[in-house]
Design a protein around this ligand. Structure first.
Ligand code: FES
Length: 118
């Protein structure tokens, strides 16, 4: 019997080349959560779209999460910069805090997102 896939399907691996990002929603413990996924250095990363300074969405323009130099995830509200591979805030009012990572799994080219731990 085929195993039923779990997690929320958010696209195909080829949908997220480096420098692209896209928001998605997850239903976790009865709550709707918004996350974003992006390609960076040949890998995929996903975090909740909630800044660690004030819990607001971070994209100013829809699905735009990167600094102009494309080195950092940026919060458009007050300019905090986050390291893309770890989610650590490295500049701004939340320095030292971490974005909440959304676990991803890629199976047969399909990308699925899972509820983050509390
Ligand atoms: S809300 Fe993100 S830096 Fe202030």
């Amino acid at each position: 019997m085929a195993r039923r896939p779990t997690g929320r399907r958010i696209g195909r691996r080829e949908d997220f080349p480096d420098g692209t990002s896209r928001k998605f929603t997850l239903r976790c413990r009865g709550q709707s959560l918004e996350g974003f996924v992006f390609g960076f250095n040949g890998e995929l990363f996903a975090y909740l779209n909630r800044c660690r300074h004030i819990p607001l969405p971070m994209d100013w323009l829809d699905n735009q999460f990167f600094s102009v130099d494309e080195k950092y995830v940026v919060c458009a509200n007050h300019g905090a910069l986050y390291e893309p591979t770890t989610g650590e805030c490295v500049w701004g009012p939340c320095t030292g805090a971490w974005l909440k990572k959304v676990p991803l799994k890629v199976e047969e080219g399909t990308v699925r997102a899972f509820c983050p731990d509390d």
